[in-house]
Design a protein around this ligand. Sequence first.
Ligand SMILES: [Mn+2]
Length: 396
Amino acid sequence: MYKLLSHNDLDGVGCGILAKLAFGKQVKVRYNSVASLNREIEFFLENDHPETFLFITDLSPNKENEKRLQDFYVTKEKVQLIDHHKTATHLNDYKWGYVLVEDDEGKLTSATSLFYQYLVAHKVLEAKDAITEFVELVRQYDTWEWEKNENHQAHSLNSLFYLVSIEDFEEKMIDRLLTSEHFDFDEFEKKMLNMEEDKIDRYIRRKKREIVQSETGEYMAGIVYAESYHSELGNELGKEYPHLDFIAILNMGGKRISLRTIHDHIDVSEIAGFFGGGGHQKASGCSLTEEAYKQFVLDTFHLEPIQEDAKRNRYNLKHSLFGSMYKNRKEDVFLLYQSNDRNWMIEKNKTVMEQAFTSFEEGEQFLKRYDEAWLVKDDHFVEYLMNEVKKASYQD
Ligand SMILES: [Mn+2]
């Protein structure tokens, strides 16, 4: 007999599907949140048949259970952990631990892709196109590589995963992988997925108007409340507000925080680690501890949402030769302009500021981080220019 304890997201359930393809009725699969894994491990060690082989995928145990699993391994040799989270690499010290974030070719891994390789190498599962394609979709979604590759099928697979129950998803996928030569969605699923895409777009648009920004330690964080679509939100908000170091998404019901960044120089697994959580460099999570609650909720509750830049302007544009006009809540007016081929400068209420910037982006980042300024609409800009012209003509 086999038992698989896996994560309850697409990558974790991908492992469950592979286990069922490989072992059929010989495997019992349990999906867990990050928090419930340790209870399940303890239950397994105390109650399961001692000859059962234990797999753990896409999740890692706490210190105490690390020791218990090591004892279990020493006596029985019947445990294998497979994971790809950066914060789990210390488990490679054990014979039963296999954690790989990036493969030899520099490709990011997922638990499903690692588990697939493992099962095929151990000759308990035969590789075939439909399964290989399914595994690759899971990997691209989990590592967010689908976006760069514009592989929307990977994103759709995750949307479908959340549209149906885990049981239904497992059943559908197992049936499809057994019977089809290639992996695809059926016509009904395609229609449903289109509707779902629209729904996600609307949800994200609303959240763009709710996000606040706050300095947390050395970082500038964007903070938003949301229960669904965390990865999509983290990515879209990150791109919309690149001056933010990371996005913290608070799920108050689940008392969890998801952290996402689009920046290569920020490691959100470290920030999550500070609050007892973990994960990947660009996507991590932690519990909403007392301390996290104070920092992300209490201290930011009074803040007003970030003002969006004017989007339909024809005159007041970013990178404009005449300068781009910004405003903050205190009604200060900023003009960001290129002063020579090396420098960009900012005029605040008509006085040139000391700082010089090497690019438009750098100047704008400064305005947005420290003044929460936004690109004003054309009518403000035009009004401002007219006043300038008027003043100039009076002086004549
Ligand atoms: Mn994963």
